[in-house]
Design a binder for this molecule. Structure first.
Ligand code: IMP
Length: 278
């Protein structure tokens, strides 16, 4: 049975997006409703990463399933990183995206630099306390006028200089290739794949410890006559059953997963190595 993850969102597009990318790992993603819970987590964190983790942990606690949360927003240099975690509420909750964009254009007017970046944080919390995080950014400049009709939110006023287009002038595929969210999703999927492989490996090792001898003895006792002459040239059984480096010692990261991505991190509960976000 494939492992089920629950995603902290009411947004069908986000659900579809996460489903698509995690289905490549053979994982299932369900909504809070499908998991039979209704959790509305207050985003009280001061960083995107904190908010993403708040959502993931609350949903994990409510469902007993591994849970994923995310948070994203726009940070403008001359606004001291604002609207940041308040991106969705900038100017009040009841104004339209177009009004919010005009408000932002007004507040950066005549300030010189217009550098800005989007950030997307994704967090995953497992019932045993393990956590995983990924965060990515996309740098650009605030345009002078809204341009384009695609996308949502601040897309019409976020110009991505390498393409000389705003996000709203890009196709969804074009945007996803360079956007904070596209990159964070891919980094998260990669980190999750690596984490699950490591966990599967550890479970295999633990299983071997519980049944000493059985796993190791079987291939040797069954094989002798089938490899009489060439036995020296043929690699030993450990090729099939990977050798234990040292009983219950974690396998070095590089040996297991030479392509462990740079940004994502995962933390094992017992080590209490949670990254602090300020
Ligand atoms: P959330 O993470 O989906 O809650 O997004 C927070 C807010 O950040 C949104 O309501 C948007 O205003 C803004 N935002 C995040 N990502 C994007 C994007 O890719 N384009 C435009 N606005 C975005």
């Amino acid at each position: 049975m494939s492992e089920r993850f629950v995603l902290a969102t009411h947004n069908p597009a986000k659900l579809r997006e996460m489903r698509e990318i995690l289905s490549e790992l053979g994982l299932e993603v369900i909504s809070p409703e499908e998991a039979g819970v209704a959790v509305d987590v207050e985003e009280t964190g001061t960083t995107f990463a904190e908010n993403a983790m708040l959502k993931a942990k609350a949903l994990c606690a409510a469902t007993g399933l591994p849970a994923i949360g995310d948070d994203s927003g726009l940070c403008v240099d001359v606004l001291n990183g604002g609207p940041g975690v308040y991106s969705a509420r900038y100017g009040g909750e009841d104004i339209t995206d177009a009004q919010r964009n005009n408000l932002l254009l007004e507040s950066v007017k005549g300030q010189g630099r217009r550098d800005a970046h989007f950030t997307c944080s994704i967090a995953c919390a497992f019932p045993d306390g393990d956590t995983l995080t990924a965060e990515e950014h996309c740098h650009g400049v605030i345009s002078y006028i809204p341009l384009g009709t695609g996308g949502f939110g601040y897309d019409p006023i976020f110009n991505y200089p390498p393409k000389l287009k705003t996000f709203a002038q890009m196709t969804p595929e074009e945007k996803s290739e360079v956007s904070h969210r596209g990159k964070a999703l891919r980094a998260f999927a990669e980190a999750l794949g690596a984490y699950l492989s490591e966990r599967a490996w550890k479970e295999l090792e633990a299983e071997k410890e519980r049944q000493p001898g059985e796993a190791d003895a079987a291939p040797e006792s069954a094989e002798p006559q089938t490899v009489p002459e060439v036995s020296e040239a043929v690699p030993d059984a450990p090729e099939v059953v990977p050798e234990t480096p040292e009983k219950s010692e974690p396998v070095p990261e590089a040996a297991k997963n030479p392509q462990t991505p740079r940004t994502p991190t995962h933390h094992h509960h017992k080590k209490k190595k949670h990254k602090k976000h300020h």
